[in-house]
Design a protein around this ligand. Structure first.
Ligand SMILES: [Zn+2]
Length: 175
């Protein structure tokens, strides 16, 4: 039995306010409402990672927010509910590195369990700057830089390191 199993849960129904109870649905323990039937499904957060390739290398930013304050990462962030992940990637680049990009390819899909216990799916894209665009420091960043792939500073997140490894592997594989 799941260690979190208990007859009553910590949350209240979004629909009717009754206290939720743990219920077994297809072998998965979920919080559900005994009054109205609402089920509190827990789905992973979805985020994007954007590896923007320029003449000088890859674009990265140093974070002005937690998690990872002061550390470097690629632009990206959480996908809004009504947003295609590719559109989220374009939006995040506009916000974080103030540059219009175009998506070149899907690089990879990564899964992690975060420190707060929530699952996250990160979708990494390869991208290019649109003509005439150059990266600049946007909000949530202390500074933005372009680095040769072998000279990137340590990255804040496991998923970003995995995406970088896959990006390098692709270039090795294709010569
Ligand atoms: Zn309810």
């Amino acid at each position: 039995m799941d260690k979190n199993w208990s007859p009553t849960a910590n949350h209240y129904c979004l629909q009717c306010g009754h206290q939720l109870e743990w219920r077994d649905v297809d072998g998965q323990q979920v919080e559900a409402c005994p009054s109205c039937g609402f089920v509190f499904w827990r789905n992973p957060l979805v985020a994007t990672i954007v590896l923007i390739e320029t003449d000088g290398g890859l674009v990265a930013g140093r974070r002005a927010i937690d998690p990872g304050y002061g550390l470097w990462c690629f632009p990206g962030g959480f996908v809004n509910e009504d947003e295609h992940p590719a559109a989220a990637a374009v939006r995040e680049c506009q916000e974080e590195v103030k540059a219009a990009i175009e998506i070149a390819d899907l690089l990879g899909v990564y899964h992690v369990i975060r420190g707060d216990g929530r699952g996250m799916v990160a979708i990494a894209f390869e991208a290019r700057l649109r003509n005439g665009e150059s990266p600049a420091t946007g909000h949530e960043m202390l500074e933005v830089g372009t680095f040769a792939p072998g000279e990137l500073p340590d990255l804040a997140f496991t998923t970003h390191r995995q995406a970088l490894a896959d990006w390098k592997r692709r270039r090795t594989a294709t010569g």
